[in-house]
Design a protein around this ligand. Structure first.
Ligand code: 5RP
Length: 227
């Protein structure tokens, strides 16, 4: 079985946790896609929920699969969010933002009573950092912000698509920071987010409650963590 199938197994299992009348956060990326698609199928069968997308991409998928959306500003809490991750460590610290949606994903995760992370086995690691850490920065002064980030011990690179700066749904840029190994993610998140020009970074600490790992043998492992 392929990595794609592992993603589907994990994401569809997570969609089983959605109960009627929940407000559901809809994550971004190729793994979260399968959860959104499965929720669309459950809605066809009569499930009633309201979705809060974490990106324009998940907004469009929700519309495609018939998931009713609600205004995020009209709700106090999100009952359950299903999202992917680029890395997951044993303490459920995450690296996110490979798809550039980290800011909305973090706002939604912070408002969620339960955050389920869905991933294939390749995302599980002993320590974060092999995946370059995405940091969302304002376009104004991004070069200076990049230099401040470099002082933390990496060589940050502006994310580009076809030669042009990648622009997030919020109109910002992403600077990818290859730290190689992050031993103290909570402390690093604070230091990065204290830099003027940084909007937020892709370190998600203390936000995931449950991780579902899809395996190539067609099974999935469910981990409930330290949060
Ligand atoms: C987007 C994200 C994604 O959840 C993360 O990049 C994982 O994506 P995929 O499921 O495609 O591997 O954080 O900003």
């Amino acid at each position: 079985m392929s990595e794609e199938t592992s993603k589907q197994i994990a994401a569809e299992r997570a969609a089983d946790y959605v109960q009627p009348d929940m407000v559901v956060g809809l994550g971004t990326g190729s793994t979260a896609y399968f959860a959104i698609r499965k929720l669309g199928k459950r809605i066809e069968e009569g499930l009633q929920i309201a979705g809060v997308p974490t990106s324009k991409q998940s907004h469009d998928l929700a519309e495609e699969f018939g998931i009713p959306l609600t205004d995020f500003n009209a709700v106090d809490r999100i009952d359950l969010t299903i999202d992917g991750a680029d890395e997951v460590d044993p303490a459920f610290n995450l690296t996110k933002g490979g798809g550039g949606a980290l800011l909305r994903e973090k706002i939604v995760a912070s408002a969620s009573t339960r955050e389920i992370i869905v991933a294939d086995e390749s995302k599980m690691c002993d320590a974060l950092g092999a995946f370059p850490l995405p940091v969302e920065v304002t376009p104004f002064g991004w070069q200076v912000t990049r230099l401040h980030l470099a002082k933390l011990g990496c060589e940050p690179v502006l994310r580009r698509i076809e030669g042009e700066a990648f622009v997030t749904d919020n109109g910002n840029y992403i600077v990818d920071c290859p730290f190689e190994r992050i031993d103290a993610p909570i402390a690093l998140e604070s230091r990065i987010n204290a830099i003027s020009g940084v909007v937020d970074c892709g370190l998600f600490c203390g936000l995931a409650h449950h991780v579902i790992v899809g395996k190539v043998d067609g099974t999935c492992e469910e981990l409930t963590g330290p949060v």
